[in-house]
Write a protein of this length. Structure first.
Length: 155
């Protein structure tokens, strides 16, 4: 596995890519499907940050080897790292909500763009909508949460 410093750097790079997609690329092409890519990059940043923190703790012999699945990592992260470093549930809920949005996108049979909004429908026709304002709010929250998580590695 890669070092936690490398993973931390990669996490910040993924967030920069998401920021660029939302701030520059979206304003040029105005394609709502691009908003899913922004969410993917935000989630990727958090996945890398979780991996960095897990690697850091594994190197300190505080946690065992773990299954690479998201569910396994999130469970270990919640039980060991969140409690140890007082990471609030809003951060964990934020990461899970990103994952749920991406999962619904992957499972969706019906997706469409309408009036600068990307709409994702599940099998029961429950709708998830993405627009640039909401995605920019997510980016702002992501920046704040990610900085808090990565600051732990400096301790």
């Amino acid at each position: 596995m890669e070092s936690f410093q490398t993973l931390s750097t990669q996490a910040m790079e993924r967030l920069k890519v998401a920021d660029h997609l939302a701030g520059t690329t979206y304003s040029l092409v105005k394609e709502p499907k691009l908003l899913v890519s922004v969410i993917e990059n935000i989630f990727g940043a958090f996945d890398l940050a979780m991996n960095a923190l897990l690697e850091h703790e594994k190197g300190s012999m505080h946690i065992p080897e773990h299954d690479p699945s998201f569910e396994s990592k999130m469970d270990l992260f919640r039980r060991k790292i969140a409690t140890k470093y007082d990471i609030h549930n809003d951060v964990l809920d934020f990461i899970i909500s990103l994952k749920k949005t991406l999962d619904s996108h992957k499972r969706s049979n019906v997706e469409f763009s309408k009036k600068n909004t990307f709409v994702i429908s599940d099998d029961d026709y429950n709708l998830t909508t993405l627009n640039i304002e909401d995605v920019k709010k997510l980016l702002s929250q992501a920046r704040h949460h990610l900085e808090r998580l990565l600051k732990i590695l400096d301790q």
